[in-house]
Design a protein around this ligand. Structure first.
Ligand code: COA
Length: 260
């Protein structure tokens, strides 16, 4: 698929996705969502890609939300469908990606933008970032998983306050309440993200995939997280990477994982 709204590139086994509508503060219109869904599916099937980084173009916004102009005339059914498609095709797909996904939040992360960042496994914010779920200002609630993932990340009290007041919080405040992992100067954002990705990419890729499944299972009502952990732990013993990791430790050398 040729992308019009996002930029993608692969470097050192990281797939960089940049949402590229800076004149609209990278708001998520239908095309962006379709392209994001395609890009995540591609990352999951590409053997060359070990990790994904999502950021926004420009210095002002990561993503300033869903594109408000698109749903102005929606009715009940269309509203439901909008949320369901987003959940199924993009936000859940990112959360359940077999490769780790890091959000580099380079400015406003509002509404669907914060929901996108929260679907990622790790969030790093630049000092100028502002984060919020302003949907009630529009007579809506977050519809791309925000009510669930914000609550998981920061707890019910902070989630209610952010959703009820619709106020943006600073990056420092977001770090304090556990919404982002790190805050760095904007010029160091990608460097910090790459530092973390470098550490992750040096580890066994299949073990990382298993960890994603097991951690995500702790928030699922359909599966027992402890059982998923037992299964995934067992599966690791069936990998070449496990044999390589243990051999490398015993031979006092660096492991050379192949993701097999
Ligand atoms: N959907 C559609 N367009 C958006 C958008 C969104 N979520 N967020 C910003 N834009 C557009 C603006 O309409 C404007 O377009 P224009 O130049 O054609 O008029 C452009 O992006 C720049 O935004 P602007 O509002 O002029 O920038 P600002 O610096 O004055 O304010 C924000 C920045 C983020 C505070 C403001 O854009 C905003 O509140 N955006 C909406 C946030 C929101 O409610 N998101 C949740 C949606 S569910």
């Amino acid at each position: 698929m040729a992308y019009q709204q996002i930029l993608t590139t692969v470097k050192d086994h990281t797939f960089y996705i940049t949402i590229n509508r800076p004149q609209k503060l990278n708001a998520l219109n239908k095309e962006v969502l379709t392209e994001l869904a395609d890009a995540i599916a591609f990352a999951n099937t590409s053997e060359d890609i070990q990790a994904v980084l999502i950021t926004g173009a420009g210095e002002k916004a990561f993503v300033a939300g869903a594109d408000i102009s698109e749903f102005q005339h929606y009715n009940l059914e269309e509203g439901k469908q909008l949320a369901k498609n987003g959940h199924d095709q993009v936000f859940n797909a990112i959360e359940n990606s077999t490769k780790p996904v890091v959000a580099a939040i380079n400015g406003f992360a509002l509404g669907g933008g914060l929901e996108l960042a929260m679907a990622c496994h790790i969030r790093i914010a630049s000092e100028n970032a502002r984060l919020g779920l302003p949907e009630v200002t529009l007579g809506l609630i977050p519809g791309y998983g925000g009510t669930q993932r914000l609550t998981q990340l920061v707890g019910k009290g902070h989630a209610f306050e952010m959703i009820f007041t619709a106020e943006m919080i600073t990056a420092d405040r977001a770090e304090k309440i556990g919404l982002v992992n790190y805050v760095v100067p904007q010029e160091n954002l990608l460097e910090k993200a790459n530092e973390i990705l470098g550490k992750i990419k040096s580890k066994a890729p299949l073990a990382i995939s298993s960890a994603i499944k097991a951690v995500n299972a702790s928030f699922s009502k359909e599966v027992n997280g402890y059982q998923v952990e037992i299964e995934e732990f067992g599966n690791c013993f069936n990998t070449q990477d496990f044999k390589e990791g243990v051999a490398a430790f015993l031979e006092k050398r660096k492991a050379n994982f192949k993701g097999r």
